[in-house]
Design a protein around this ligand. Sequence first.
Ligand SMILES: [Zn+2]
Length: 288
Amino acid sequence: MRIGVDVGGTTVKIGIVDDHKIIDYYSIKTNKDTLFDDIYNSINEYVNKNNISIDGIGFGLPGSVSNNYIKALPNVGLYDIDLNKIHNKYFSNIKLYSTNDANCAALGEHINNPKYHSSYLLTLGTGVGGGYVYNDKLVLGATNNCGEVGHMFIGSDFNFKCTCGLTNCLETIASATGITRLYKLYSKNDIAISAKEVFDKARLNDSIAIKVIDIVSKALAHALANIAVTCDVDIFYLAGGVSMAGDILLNNVRKYYKEFAHYGVVNTPIEISSLKEKAGMLGCAYLW
Ligand SMILES: [Zn+2]
């Protein structure tokens, strides 16, 4: 069996995976000070209690990681961690793999839909991430940055500064943060509002919310049209909290994609991830 560990800012989801399916899973709290020991202790306990043998552990991490060395997990507040060292303390005889969480979600959703052999998944959460699967293999790229489409340049009138230092990145618009910011901008009011509330308002015909969703949908459709002519995938998936908005977002993105995409790729399907928050666990378990 395989273990897939999807580390999030508030919870860690741990999946027990076999034959391309999650057969069991549980979650633990993300506790910054004891995070990886908590994870390994819980896996140890699970393995012993259920008397299973495991082949390897894969991690999906909300940050940058290379060769199991974690450079930064900004949402958790952890930096410079050698995961190999911690892993060997607990399971020196089994495999360890890790990559960022969006890559894991992309691979998980891909595995769950085996009729497609290439796919691109965008995670729309606090930020925007992505992952590219080609010929059933995750593409990491020369510097492990393939899929970082949250930082794709989207020309806009806003010139929003991104957390990465650039301006007009996709995630300044098409993330939960971006949606909230746009709503505040157009309502000229510094009210506390979540992305979900903006979608709820749009369903009630709030004109500002509808405008915001139009802007977000256009930005996403532009990004997908750009990705389509570089990767020409079988299918696009939208995942993450913002994708839970469902049809109100999806129908608009599809509409604008038809307008913006080159005729050769105009029919690429766009779907909401069916595995939703479980995709990451499945993908983590197939990093090897
Ligand atoms: Zn950026």
